[in-house]
Design a protein around this ligand. Sequence first.
Ligand code: F6R
Length: 608
Amino acid sequence: MCGIVGFVGRKEASPILVEGLSKLEYRGYDSAGVAILEDGEIKVKKYKGRLKNLEENLNENPLKGHIGIGHTRWATHGEPSDINSHPHSNGDVTISVVHNGIIENYIKLKEWLKTKGYTFCSDTDTEVIPNLVDYYYKGDLFEAVTKATSKMEGSYAIGVISKEEPDKIVAVRKDSPLIVGVGEGEYFIASDIPAVLNHTREVYLLEDKEFVILTKDGVEIKTEDGEKIDKEIYHVTWDVDAAEKGGYEDFMLKEIHEQPKAIKDTLTSRVLKDTKVQLDDINLTKEELENFDRVFIVACGTAYHAGLVGKTIIEKLAKIPVEVDIASEFRYRDPLITEKSLLIVVSQSGETADTLAVLRDAKKTGAKVIAITNVVGSSVSREAHHVLYTWAGPEIAVASTKAYETQLIAMYILGIYFGELKGTLNKEVSEELKEELLILPDKVKEILDKKDELQKYASKNYMDKDLFFLGRGLDYAVALEGSLKLKEISYIHSEAYAGGELKHGPIALIEKGTPVIALLTEDKLKDKMISNIREVVTRGARVLAIANEGDKDAKEVCDDVIYIPRTNSLLTPVLSVVPLQLISYYMAKQKGCDVDKPRNLAKSVTVE
Ligand code: F6R
């Protein structure tokens, strides 16, 4: 749940580490620190709060040196504080470590190290690592790190420096992401590619338990036993601008505006008119597909909401029963998953701990797994049997927008692919869906142009304490996503209800002036939904409808209407979510919230 970086080269390490950390703040931002080898000694600076605290301090009292490690934290063990911030060191600061992950057996290790005379000053699990490395250090840092990690249970990506070997960083990962950047005479480690992109496009995507030794002369990758590993370099093709704000006020606004491109990129070469859907990394046979008696879609948060839409799509197009569940619930409810099941995990980051655990448990039962993910080389992409990448590009804002849109697109692609393979989808319907999918990017652009209307609604309502979202069918799935977006970035309390559920309790919450956003895009459920809207209007609610272009009824019953372009009814979620994202964004901005980094949240939840 943190970001780590490391640098070895001829330049000053400190500004490079800070710049790298700024690209990783999405992984956590409650404290930050660096450790630099300065004149043969390890010097550490680490502070609670945003990265700028560290940066300001380094500007006033610079650390000089060409090798260093850095960390941006999202607290798990021990509250955010200077002491609990990383890097952590052994008592006499001969070894320093940055760590992303959780050492599950740290209490046992700590007690054991105490019996050997070691002392501890923080509440973190991480502090055992430099002490363990110290215990095993007999003149070879690589060997000491391999011995220390062999005792560690849990997840980790670590970077280690030692004053005894002041020319190197030793790093390794297990169940937490880590890449190595290869520059000219300079080398980097980082939790994610954007942290090194200003310096190099050549990276190694490390696998679990691959140890790397970085010096200014190069990078060696080795197994635990010291055997050399030859690894292919991965060339990053996307631009560094793709990970920066590009003129927008916030990453979230930029990412909302990138949705037309993200949708187009995700469709490209997969969905073409008059051609069956082609997928590079999924090669199921008709027999294999027919053998599945059930599909499970499992994910967390926004990705789960995309799964809810996926259920309707796959059941309708491929006629296979689909269950959707939240990963943290699914993994502990003894699900009836067998070798006849197909599991689809959905994860933007590909590193979400609960989703990854479900994937691993499912594989043990013999189930087949498809991963829908946005991050090439992420854990879910490597461990699943098949992968469908969403090509949304890096998503930096904590609140997911373009990744959600592309997860929806992935669901349509899979639904059509399954339907065509099984023969449950007739050509006419499939062609109509493909044609509509291909023009969705332009329709999303039309909604983005309604910015002024949405901003106006937001400025009228941003002081509200509660807001309710209503919808039926696919509109209900989108209502859930709209409600999550609003609460996570604007801190306005909100709930989403299925229209038909209102009378079973929630309508008691409606009183004069209660704001309601009603989704009204499902043609076949429209009359029912209009009745539900009337029920809340009668009790004093102020209703904004999201409705299909030309829908006069919406105008008659609701106070305000935002129209979205018409499309095939199965595809409306891709359009109807966009005004909800923008309303949340503008409400949060009006309230003065930090939309890119909402309180208490981290982008990538790599711990349970
Ligand atoms: C909400 C949001 C989260 C993520 C969830 C899963 O805007 O971004 O709810 O969707 O943490 O993350 P991934 O998709 O990386 O598994």
